[in-house]
Design a protein around this ligand. Structure first.
Ligand SMILES: [Zn+2]
Length: 136
């Protein structure tokens, strides 16, 4: 893993799905990515590359993972909010229960981060109405 290649153009792009050094679409460097890099506990795949990408071969897989993550995030948050609501209502609205409820929501959010899949730098499709339709 030395710097044998002196070409500066090679940024060390690495696919976050197959973990191979490949060219691909760059991921969005959002705050969560930076936080994960700092923590770098379980997400080895986010800390190693200088420039994480999703390669062409893995794009379909990436889309699935990303969708799965989005779904998970929403359902976790709903569960968190429901739990928090039950606790607050159940305790008769005591101040401490609000703190506890907030902690639960935060915890559920953190759970979803475990399967975090970053966004890509480019818009995946420019079709309008990409937002998921609300069911029910
Ligand atoms: Zn790949």
């Amino acid at each position: 893993m030395g710097d044998l290649t002196e070409k500066r153009e090679r940024k060390g792009t690495r696919c976050i799905i197959c973990n191979q050094e490949k060219e691909g679409i760059g991921i969005k460097e959002d705050g969560l990515i930076h936080a994960l890099r700092m923590l770098n506990s379980y997400t080895v795949k986010y800390k190693n590359p200088n420039y994480p990408v999703v390669c062409r071969e893995c794009f379909t897989k990436y889309r699935k993972l990303r969708k799965g993550y989005e779904r998970k995030l929403v359902s976790y948050l709903i569960i968190g909010v429901l739990f928090a609501g039950f606790i607050i209502v159940g305790s008769g609205g005591r101040p401490l229960s609000f703190l506890f409820g907030f902690a639960i929501i935060a915890f559920m959010y953190l759970l979803s981060v475990l399967s975090y899949v970053p966004e890509l730098e480019i818009e995946q499709n420019k079709v309008s109405g990409t937002k998921p339709k609300a069911k029910k």
